[in-house]
Design a protein around this ligand. Structure first.
Ligand code: PLP
Length: 507
């Protein structure tokens, strides 16, 4: 609707005197008076302004130097804040420069820092030294010479070699399962398997141990399936939760045999029995047990004759088997389902030839008589360390496995003790949040068959000094190997010759 008042003027007059007219008469106009109050929002409603474009857009040449600048997001500031928060609460991770040596007479030592100090390594998960065993090394070297260093693509495209299939057959045999599937790591194996299974099983419920490793937690989260958490290694709590769950729906019970940070071993038989009583499948992570327990090194399941009660077992090729990669083993159809549907398996380059050959050689080595001998020595040296700590009055968390945790409360303190040890030629990484809960910081020792009693004696002296240096009190009842109270001499014996006793196998 044209404005009858303005419309009576010619256009040139309006253009020249528009602002004056508006100032004088605008307040009498029902449309413009509103426009005055909120010009900018209502201007489109005024037929006068629309037609005559009194308030027209300024020409481009006039506005190009007043471009409004929107500040871009401050990415670096954000990252700085994240890192500062981690540094403030001592959870910022500093990787030590440590190159482990593999040659005979050198292992388990490493070159540390820019100046290549020689240190003894106490925290590697290459538990039995398989990474430097000549048989494993030769297999990897020969595979490189025959097949090159890389797989050349995903399993689907270029990487499904004969060796890949041989390794899967060997893993399946080790765990007494019809099938196995290898992944680029066990983190990926756990994540891909759990997220895929729990997503596709209709209405699947997950029962997860409170101490589970991040890889399983990640898989469970990624599945978006409902989960219940039971207290760590507590079969009664597992039963309580399962008994409240609806019958007839798919369920997964997820836990580890040997706990990576405490060294605890789960009540495997009881937990499997309870899971099966309520119709659940058991998913059991044997990452810190494969190669180390059981007659052929298949883990706690084999040692206790319980492999048949584990529906899906996961393991790593990167710790006792001295290579890299992870796997699951289970029924043929289950494994085929994961192979067919898990993105973490499908869309990534296959494991390379030296890793396949090295892993195959390591599994065979640790399943042999030599493997049994290495396990026997391993257990003996672990016992020696535990007893030596006890005799020195140094603290240790109760562990029934090869993992020996020494508690040092406080992220700052544990880092200082680790530093004091390094100065004395012993490398052990301080463990703090988020790997363990705050207040549960520790040093995690993993001695192996190539550590000698002399190395352990030197470690105990260094640890005692490190505790003193950092004002950490402990029950120091010994002085020069004798009790301060009664002068009795304490000596820890190591008995390599003691045969490792395997429990009776249950058929
Ligand atoms: N599960 C547990 C209990 C672990 O401790 C780890 C690694 O430390 C993994 C799974 C992942 O294994 P990988 O190193 O092969 O990714």
């Amino acid at each position: 609707m044209p404005c009858p008042f303005i419309g009576s003027f010619n256009q040139a007059f309006v253009k020249n005197y528009g602002s004056h007219l508006m100032k004088q008469y605008g307040k009498f106009c029902p449309t413009l008076s509103r426009g005055f109050r909120s010009l900018g929002q209502d201007e489109t409603k005024c037929p006068f302004i629309q037609q005559n474009s009194i308030i027209s857009e300024a020409p481009k040449e006039m506005t190009e130097d007043i471009v409004e600048r929107v500040q871009p997001y401050q990415y670096e500031k954000f990252f700085h804040e994240q890192i500062s928060a981690k540094k403030k609460d001592y959870s910022y991770r500093i990787f030590r420069k440590v190159s482990r040596l593999a040659a005979d007479g050198m292992y388990p030592q490493a070159l540390e820092g820019a100046e290549n100090h020689r240190v003894t390594v106490w925290c590697a998960n290459d538990y039995l030294g398989a990474s430097r065993h000549p048989v494993v090394q030769d297999a990897a070297i020969n595979a490189i010479k025959s097949y090159g260093t890389g797989a050349g693509g995903t399993r689907n495209i270029a990487g499904n070699s004969q060796m890949t299939e041989k390794l899967e057959t060997e893993i399946a045999k080790l765990h007494k399962k019809p099938a196995a599937l290898i992944f680029s790591s066990c983190f990926v194996a756990n994540d891909a398997t759990l997220s895929t299974l729990a997503k596709i099983l209709p209405g699947c419920l997950i029962f997860s141990d409170a101490g589970n490793h991040a890889s399983m937690i990640q898989g469970i989260r990624n599945s978006r399936a409902p989960k219940q958490i039971f207290r760590h290694n507590d079969p009664n709590h597992l039963r309580e939760l399962l008994s409240q769950s609806p019958p007839g729906v798919p369920k997964l019970v997820v836990f580890e045999t040997v706990h990576s940070m405490s060294g605890a071993i789960c009540p495997l038989d009881e937990m499997c029995n309870i899971a099966h009583e309520f119709g659940a499948l058991t998913f059991v992570d044997e990452v810190h047990a494969v190669g180390l327990y059981g007659k052929h090194g298949a883990g706690i399941g084999e040692e206790r004759g319980l492999q048949h009660k584990i529906d899906i077992v996961s393991g790593t090729l990167g710790k006792a088997y001295g290579n890299v990669g992870g796997y699951i083993a289970g029924s043929s159809l289950l494994v085929d389902t994961v192979r067919s549907l898990a993105p973490g398996f499908i869309f990534t380059t296959a494991l390379p030839p030296p890793v396949l050959a090295g892993s195959l050689a390591a599994i065979r080595l640790l399943a042999s008589e030599e493997g049994r001998s290495l396990r026997s020595k391993h257990q003996a040296i672990v016992r020696y360390l535990k007893l030596s700590l006890l005799v020195a009055g140094l603290p240790q968390l109760p562990s029934v496995s090869h993992i020996v945790p020494v508690p040092v409360k406080g992220a700052d303190k544990v880092a200082l003790v680790a530093e004091s040890l390094m100065k004395r030629g012993h490398y052990v990484q301080a463990i703090n949040y988020p790997t363990v809960a705050r207040g549960e910081e520790r040093l995690r020792f993993a001695p192996g068959p190539y550590h000698t009693p002399e190395m352990i004696d030197s470690l105990i002296t260094a640890l005692t000094e490190a505790f003193h240096e950092n004002n950490i009190s402990f029950n120091e009842f010994m002085k020069n190997g004798t009790c301060r109270e009664c002068s009795m001499e304490y000596k820890v014996d190591i008995a390599y010759e003691e045969p490792y006793k395997y429990p009776m196998q249950v058929a």
